[in-house]
Design a protein around this ligand. Structure first.
Ligand code: GDP
Length: 193
């Protein structure tokens, strides 16, 4: 898809702050440092629209982007920081849960994982969280450029098995370095609009 416009709409915490209207929406989740901002920027052809903003102690917000005036991306704060306090973790969980249970226009969640390693315990929890709320998932296995092509299928298999990927959910090989998987990811989003 050709992206002609992409901008941030709002950083929201509470439902009253979510953008109005019924544009189809996609949530993006991943553990801190997995490459989620790089994924968003690659998809939108922007250098630094999405930033790594999930450092502990910083306000955790849902960042809504509007793309081509026709859909929203929602950047969910990264998880898996060891140092995050119990209360911060609880606030994060509550914010995501509220979002997932109230947002009717949510079409799918994109779960960003690192192709090089099996999904972490936190990745599995995030996937299970989406499945609990019956939200379709597109798993983006990124940083593919960091391992040899000959190993991709083996790593994809481990990723699928560790997550226990359900029927109907997709997994897409991706690299923010090379742009591998970008067209496939856009096709998958467009098919769900
Ligand atoms: P975030 O915390 O999930 O938003 O992660 P970032 O997008 O900031 O990426 C974390 C680090 O991984 C940065 O140094 C990126 O340059 C690097 N990175 C992200 N995606 C890729 C990729 O597909 N390939 C390679 N080689 N590096 C990547």
């Amino acid at each position: 898809m050709k992206v002609t416009s992409a901008e941030i709409v709002i950083s929201a915490v509470r439902p009253e702050q979510y953008p109005e209207g019924d544009l189809p929406e996609f949530a993006l989740a991943g553990r801190s440092n997995v490459g989620k901002s790089s994924f968003i920027n690659k998809m939108l052809n922007r250098k630094s629209l999405a930033r790594t903003s999930s450092k502990p102690g910083k306000t955790q917000t849902l960042n809504f982007f509007i793309i081509n005036e026709m859909m929203h991306f929602v950047d969910v704060p990264g998880y898996g920081y060891a140092k995050v306090s119990k209360s911060e973790r609880a606030a994060w969980g509550k914010m995501i849960e509220t979002y997932l249970t109230t947002r009717e226009q949510l079409r799918a969640a994109l779960l960003i994982v690192d192709l090089r390693h099996p999904p972490t315990k936190d990745d599995v929890m995030m996937y299970d969280f989406f499945k609990h709320y019956e939200i379709p998932c597109i798993v983006i296995a990124t940083k593919a450029d960091k391992i040899p092509k000959g190993k991709w299928q083996k790593h994809l298999k481990v990723t699928k098995e560790t997550l226990q990927l359900e029927k109907g959910d997709e997994i897409i090989l991706f690299s923010s370095e090379t742009g591998l998987g970008k067209e496939e990811a856009w096709k998958s989003l467009q098919a769900r609009m």
